[in-house]
Write a protein that binds this ligand. Sequence first.
Ligand code: UDP
Ligand code: MN
Length: 284
Amino acid sequence: MLPMPGNATGRTDVLTMTSWSVPVVWEGTFNPVLLNSLYQGTSLTIAATVFAQGKYIRFLKRFLETMEQHFFTGFNVHVFVYTDQPNEVPQVKMASGRQLTVKTVPTLNRWQDISASRLFLVQALIDDELLDYADFIFCLDVDSEFHGHWGTESLGDLVGVLHPGYYKAHRSALPYERRPISKAYMAPEEGDFYYCGGAFGGNLQEVQRLCRTCIINFWDDRTKGIEAVWQEESHINRYMWINKPSKILSPEYLWQDFAAREPEIHIIRFSGVAKNYAEIRPNV
Ligand code: UDP
Ligand code: MN
């Protein structure tokens, strides 16, 4: 029997609601059985994008295998893999209702460009293939693995994930773009949270709008000869300051393997694997 909502204990050690009345999802704040039951009998379809270019192809197998175990199990999931090495995409057995499409893209020689090109390709994918097909989309870094449940509690119109490195930091310490000439500029008095570029999502229209806006701003910066400090992540952070997310996911949804476990992290759902940047990236 489900407990009554009024009897839920919730969490008192972490922020579970923003000042604009949006939930911050932590373990202990939701009931997955109840949430899943709301989607029973619907054809809920989740799209996910992941980019595996150059040496990052090595992360794809574990990413896909663990995704199969933890990400929206029991629902329709369509993963789009963008790579410059389509023949190296591993075969991972997927449950019924789940599928994978490989998209071949040209090799890029700067990691900054690879990372930022995702926004352009994601908005094109939404435009060309997803609008009438999927309900929600998540855009995820490939250098990461799933370790725990990631499901319907994460759904919202525009979904941001709190960056594991900064969720306890004061606004003044957040690594936003600080040069006023950039379209990603954040003034000292601006900023709610620092969100991850490695995991975000929402409904198709909202993610399309985010990608389009950030790409325009990214290119605008480039014509001025500048690149925001954390590339598209900086632009996403500017965007989410102006366009507040309607759901926020705790750092359980993108932890970092190298980081010490904090007491408020009761479960790690998805986490970036430790990597040697100098060895794996095409440029420094
Ligand atoms: N990426 C890639 N090949 C590269 C560099 C980046 O495929 O050579 C993609 C990959 O999906 C990666 C994402 O861009 O997860 C973001 O880059 P990275 O993970 O290096 O950024 P970080 O998480 O370290 O900030
Ligand atoms: Mn990453």
